[in-house]
Design a protein around this ligand. Sequence first.
Ligand code: AMP
Length: 385
Amino acid sequence: MTKIILPSASGTTIGIIGGGQLGRMMALSARQMGYKVAVLEPGIDSPTAQIADIEINAAYDDKVALEELLTVSDVVTYEFENIPYAAIKEVVEADFGYLPQGHRPLEITQNRLREKTSAVQCGFGTAPFADVSDEAKLRAALVDIAYPSILKTVSGGYDGKGQWRLKSEADLPEALEVIQNAKCILEGFVPFDKEISVIAVRSTKGEVKTFPVFENDHANGILHLTSIPADISDELDAKAHELARDFIEQLDLVGTLAIEMFVVGDELLINEMAPRPHNSGHLTIDACNVSQFEQHVRAICGLPLIEPEIVRPAVMVNLLGQHVDYTLEQWQRPEFANGNLHLYGKDKNVRDRKVGHITFCAEGCPGDTAELQRTVNFFLADFPE
Ligand code: AMP
């Protein structure tokens, strides 16, 4: 039987594994709805812990801490995918509490080979890829896939880390060195027209909703801008929604599945997935009738999902450590006062680490998107590298 987890005066608690910004924004939504929040995170006073009622400081796979989190929570979820899935499997099987997403979303998405293989098995396109766990396999893959290609660590990579572009034979020695130290996948380089993402959310009752398609721009492998509505044809838009719905249903997952895709002509190729709210979905807070965080909470609590709609066209600018001073200076100017600023409460503004975002919205829908673009261009005019 599907559980329905409602907020209560006695304190219904949502437990979150991971204390980063995604947990923080999830916790803010949960609190607004009247839930209490518990968090498991090794470091003290994390972005999520600042919002939580209960803070447990331990490694994500510390069994005693996981049991404690499950015991104090009415429902538990996770906010990032690099949690050892075997530990989650064990505590779920031991019935210490309620974690409706289970370990499978982690198992699939924390390994690029499993992730891409599952996309192909479900009938979707990806860049050509190959397991290159030894020299013979790498050399064979470089014949099949050829240059240019991208070597990526199978696990643990994020924001462009753990990736090497292979342009020609000259890059082979470095590639051979990399595969000696880490398990890798080789991917063909996709000359994409655009990058988009779609977030699908599936509740414990099996209801599925997909968010409007986001259009993404990366800089140095890190998400820089996300815009809605995406500038793509109606046919591609429908295809992207259908793909996301079909994928989450075929995988039989509960919770959020964010799918990053390359647009190549009228084709969509899946690049990456995440079993959690996603950086490209942050603008849903200010631009949609429901945020990805509220929808996620609804999904794990067995509540009805909301049909997501764009209320205002928007552009989100990601803020890395080096962007904070500039942004705070600009934000004091009347022209940018309507930028919705979100800072994550990180203890340091570290270069190239995500510490916040700012979302600019047009007034109403369809809104004046040319004016919105002018504001964003103006804001970005002297944006630090
Ligand atoms: P990832 O960590 O796989 O999301 O990669 C980060 C960024 O690198 C992507 O958003 C793309 O801009 C670029 N990228 C990754 N894989 C490929 C590929 N196979 N072909 C072209 N660009 C890629």
